[in-house]
Design a protein around this ligand. Sequence first.
Ligand code: 2PG
Ligand code: MG
Length: 488
Amino acid sequence: MPKSAVPIREVRLRPAFTGRGDETVEAEVLVGASGSRGRAAAPAGASAGKHEAVHLPPGGSAAAIAKFDASRLVGVDASDPRAVTEALRSIDPTPNYSLVGGATAYAVSVAALEAAAAELGRPMHELIGLYGEGGPAIPLPLGNVLGGGRHAGGGAPDLQEFLVFPENPRTPIDAIRANLRVHALVRRGIEKRDPTFPAGRGDEGAWAPRMGSLEALELVSEAAAAASDELGVRIGLGIDAAASALWSPSEGVYVYRREGRRLDPQAQASFLEELADRYGLRYLEDPLHEDDFDGFAEMTRWARARGVLLVADDLVVTNASRLERAAAVGAANGAILKVNQAGSLGEALSFAAACRARGYAIVASHRSGDTWDPHLAHVAVGTGALMMKSGVVGGERIAKLMELLRIHESNPGIRMSALGRRGAPGRHALLGRKIILEGRPREVRRDDRGIGGQAAAAGGPGVDQGAGRHRHKDRHDRENQVHGAVHS
Ligand code: 2PG
Ligand code: MG
C-alpha cells in the first residue's frame, strides 16, 4: 500500500513525570487537515548506559523545551520516522541529544507517528511495519518478578532483574497470566522464607526481598516450575545482570557489594554461565560491562551452544553503529531496543533494521522509570520483536501489556513469537566440575540443591580468579559434556 504524507501542523511540549517521578518531556503533535493528534511522554532509565542519549540537558525539561525550535517540524511528514529524525537532528546535531535531550526526541517522534496513525486510520505498528522493519509478530512478554541492583534498596540482590517469560504460549493473554502467576508465587516463596517480608517492590514492580542473588534465583525457579505445572505453559527464566552497574573500572572487577563477591571479568562470565547451566536460564542480558565487546563475543559462543539468548543492552544502546561493532566480533545474539536510548523513533527503527540484517533477536524494552504510554507494544509488534520486556505488574507495565491484547484482538492473524526448545542440559552438565557459584571454586555434588543464602557468607572479600584461569579448558570440557548429554 503506498504511503501517504501526513504533514505536521504543530508541536507542543510540556514538562512531565514518569511513574517513578523522574522529570521528563511530553509532546503533542497535530497533523493533517483535520488536526489529528498524537501524544507521548518519554521514559527514563536508572541503570542507563554511558553511550546512550542524554535524558535531559542541564536545567531539565524547562531547558529542553526552551531550546526546542518546534517550527522546524512544521510540514514534515509525520508518517515517516526518518524524516522526523532529520528534522530533530537539524535542531540538535549533537551525537547524544545533549542540547534538547533524548526525552524530547523520543516524545516528538513517537507522538508524530501516533498522530499519523490517527490521521490515516491505521494502527501505529502497521506504520512501523510499512517503514520496512520486518513482519509483525506478537512478542513474548518478558518481565521481572524479583529484582535488586539500582532498581531496589540495599539488602536486595546485586543482580538487577530475575526475569520470566512463557516460551510457547498459545495466546498473549495466556502469556500475561503465566507471568502474573509466577509473580504471585514468588511473593509466597519469599514469605515462606521470611514471614516478616513487608512486600516491598522495586521500580518495575518486581519483589525486592532481603536476600542474595543465588537464593533469589532458586526461589524464582521454584515459582516458575510451579506456575508451569499449574498452567501447562513452559516458563523460561532469565537474568539481567546490568553488569555495568557492578563494574569497577579502577579495580578491574565486578563488585557485588551486598553479597560480598568480587569477580574479575573471566570469573564474572564463568559465574553467570554456571548459574545459567544450573538453572537452565534461556535469557541472559548484560552479563558483562558496556565496553567489553570481546568478553560478550566469547560468552556468545557459549550461549549459542546452549540455545541461550545472550542479550546486549548497555553494550549497543539501540545504536546501529554499536550493533555493527558487536556483529563484527560476534558479540550477543539478541539486542535490547529502547527508543529513548537512541533518542528518536527513526534511529531506533534503523537499529531494528540492523538487528534484522545481522540476525539479532530484538527485545523491545521499557525503562525502569516509565510512563503510562502504551506505544512500546506497537514498536515491539511493528519490528517483529521476539520479546517485549515490560515488567509484570504496575500501571506503566500493564498499559503496554493491555495494548498488546488490543493489537491481538484487532489482528488475530498476527503470529505469536515462540522460543524453540533448548538443546542443552541443566544442572547435570555441571556434575564434577569446579564452579564458583558461592564466589569461590567448589565441586558440584550430585545432591547439590538449595544453595541459596550461602552467597554472602562464602563470598569473602578476595577477587576470584580461580575459575578464570581454567576457563578455556573448563569450557572445552563442558562443551563435550553438553554434547554427550544431548546425544545420550
Ligand atoms: C534495563 C532497564 C529496564 P533501566 O536495564 O534493562 O529494565 O533498566 O531502565 O534502569 O536502564
Ligand atoms: Mg538491561
